[in-house]
Ligand binder design. Structure first.
Ligand code: SF4
Length: 208
């Protein structure tokens, strides 16, 4: 269970959240609205201290209306469970909330249209720590264009928040040799959550 001081959701928070979700579900601001099956808003806790951001929904996410529920999501969930994150600890979302056809990268225009919704989501959830998964999430979130392999595993501190870029799980599925690096990033993430008193210490065994 999360030790976050804001783990309880007030009625006011809940009604704001429901209004936000309704706004997302009825959004037709960009051309991605035409081909989507579902608007994919989030999964996890709505007051979670950790925000996990990916690029955009894929086919399974579009079908089910939740982010990271396909093969990439299974790998993400495995890592989250190994490091004992619960649903109250994280909030998973994407740069764009509707599926780009053929799983292409969202265009800058699509990301810009969706950005006000993401900003509102961040204001409502108020995370302290961010995990940016993949080059697209990193680029659109930070405005920087560095290769993800160069910036992953290094903390960025901005506005009193801690931001950690890492690989997208789909990349690890294509190139399993990078799995160890992503594992290291999750270990760093877990340690930061503890350091900030956002999660209880993880049992790491004894050195005998
Ligand atoms: S991707 Fe974002 S801006 Fe575009 S229609 Fe969907 S919710 Fe609206």
């Amino acid at each position: 269970m999360s030790t976050s001081s804001k783990s309880k959701t007030s009625d006011q928070d809940m009604s704001r959240w429901q209004a936000f979700v309704h706004r997302c579900q009825t959004c037709k601001a960009c051309p991605l609205a035409v081909s989507r099956k579902h608007v994919v808003v989030w999964r996890g806790g709505i007051n979670a201290p950790l925000m996990i951001l990916g690029e955009g929904p894929g086919a399974e996410e579009d079908r089910l209306g939740k982010p990271f529920v396909g093969r990439s999501g299974q790998l993400l969930d495995l890592l989250l469970s190994i490091f004992e994150f619960t649903e109250d600890d994280y909030h998973i979302a994407n740069i764009v909330k509707c599926r780009p056809p053929g799983n292409r990268v969202p265009t800058p225009e699509e990301a810009a249209y969706c950005q006000p919704l993401l900003s509102e989501q961040l204001r409502l959830v108020r995370p302290k720590v961010y995990l940016l998964m993949g080059a697209t999430a990193y680029r659109y979130f930070t405005g920087e264009d560095n290769a993800i392999s160069r910036v992953r595993g290094r903390w960025i501190v901005s506005n009193n928040c801690y931001i950690l870029p890492t690989f997208h799980p789909a990349y690890i599925l294509r190139d399993p040799r990078k799995k160890t690096l992503m594992w290291q990033d999750f270990a760093m993430l877990r340690e930061k959550m503890e350091e900030l008193l956002l999660m209880p210490p993880l049992y790491r065994g004894t050195s005998s």
